[in-house]
Design a protein around this ligand. Structure first.
Ligand code: MRU
Length: 362
């Protein structure tokens, strides 16, 4: 997608093939800057501190991180050490494990001298595949937006939570891919963007990227969604996912579950857009998903731009206030109207998911 008219992906290999460059998402929307990642430690750090974030992008970054690690040491022990360090960088998004498993499976049978190049090539493929998967999610979801437009004869109002946009993937996004396609093809669409406390990925990232692409949108406080649904102002919800279990429970950014409950109460269809790389076939019950606990500072403080343009961090709560910060929650399958996947729409049931993705299950 474009920033100031220039096409970007969220990460790309540098010309010398020694590093990758990523958009530093901790600085958006106030500053656009890229960051060079050239070894294992900087890859782990970028994922952990959310310089790169969003399930598919975490996976793609980890694949390159493993390749970078193998450039300096490619024996079996080093491979396992790098795999372990990257896997521990963030716990909830299963795309991380998917990408690491994929690269490790391919390079382990190779002699150490060939592993780094093979891993690098596979990381590049994972990025290209992610773009293609999201594009297919876009086609599947476009049909829903188009149908809503025909039914209502006006712009379709979509609510989304967090950032499951192109910044969370290599390109296109998951939840936003149908929105971008609809917009590009002249289907009028308007997005209500949840701010997404505590890190404000909606306000900072989703609003930024929709604005850059010219998609009409309105930022709302996280608590406004139920009110809007009750008054018929939301036609459908589309969110992303960090992990989908075999039976269709979906972990996504904290607050997603409340939106799904409000959607069910108000008969607003609630869709989860996710590629097959987000499905964890080893898990049934979403409540078994490890939920990342992040620093309480993210709840008690907020960062933003002051009138004079400087970036500042301000306290919101009395000093010493105890706070907790679970980063994700789980929406049970029964609240999900359907998954929007790279293979089309899929009911949120175990048999439907298994049938659609039979060849990917391991
Ligand atoms: O903590 P984050 O910003 O990595 O969380 C991101 C989300 O929860 C996204 O909605 C999810 O990863 C889907 S991204 C296409």
């Amino acid at each position: 997608m474009r920033i100031d008219g220039r096409p970007y992906r969220t990460l790309w290999p540098t010309g010398d093939g020694r590093a990758i460059e990523v958009i530093d998402q901790t600085l958006l929307p106030h500053r656009f800057a890229t960051r060079r990642i050239d070894d294992l430690d900087s890859a782990v750090e970028a994922i952990r501190t959310m310089v790169v974030r969003g399930a598919p992008l975490i996976g793609a970054s980890a694949a390159y991180g493993l390749a970078l690690a193998l450039k300096s040491a490619a024996d079996d022990a080093s491979l396992e050490r790098a795999y372990g360090a990257l896997l521990a960088s963030r716990p909830t998004a299963v795309n991380l494990r998917w990408a690491l498993d994929d690269v490790r499976r391919r390079v382990r049978p190779l002699p150490p001298g060939e592993r780094a190049a093979a891993a690098w090539a596979r990381a590049a493929e994972i990025c290209d595949e992610d773009v293609a998967l999201n594009r297919r999610i876009g086609e599947a979801g476009l049909a829903l937006i188009d149908a809503a437009h025909r039914a209502h004869g006006r712009a379709v109002n979509v609510l989304t939570h967090c950032n499951a946009g192109w910044l969370a993937t290599v390109d296109w996004g998951t939840a936003t891919a149908p929105i971008y396609l609809a917009h590009d093809r002249g289907v009028p669409v308007h997005v209500f963007v949840d701010e997404t406390r505590p890190r404000n990925q909606g306000a900072a990232l989703t609003a930024f990227e929709l604005g850059q692409h010219g998609v009409p949108h309105t930022l709302i406080a996280d608590n406004a969604g139920g009110h809007l649904m009750q008054r018929g102002q939301i036609d459908l919800c589309i969110v992303g996912a960090d992990r989908v279990t075999a039976r269709g429970d979906a972990a996504n950014k904290i607050g997603t579950y409340l939106k799904a409950l409000a959607a069910r109460a108000n008969r607003v269809p609630f869709y989860v857009a996710a590629p097959h790389t987000t499905i964890d076939w080893t898990m049934e019950d979403g409540l078994d998903i490890e939920i990342e606990e992040r620093s309480a500072d993210e709840v008690t403080h907020m960062t933003g731009r002051l009138h004079d343009g400087t970036i500042a961090r301000v306290a919101l709560a009395p000093p010493g206030t105890q706070a907790m910060n679970p980063a994700f929650d789980v929406t049970p399958a029964e609240l999900i109207e359907a998954f929007i996947t790279d293979r089309g729409l899929c009911p949120a049931t175990k048999p439907a998911l298994a049938a659609l993705f039979e060849r990917d299950r391991s």
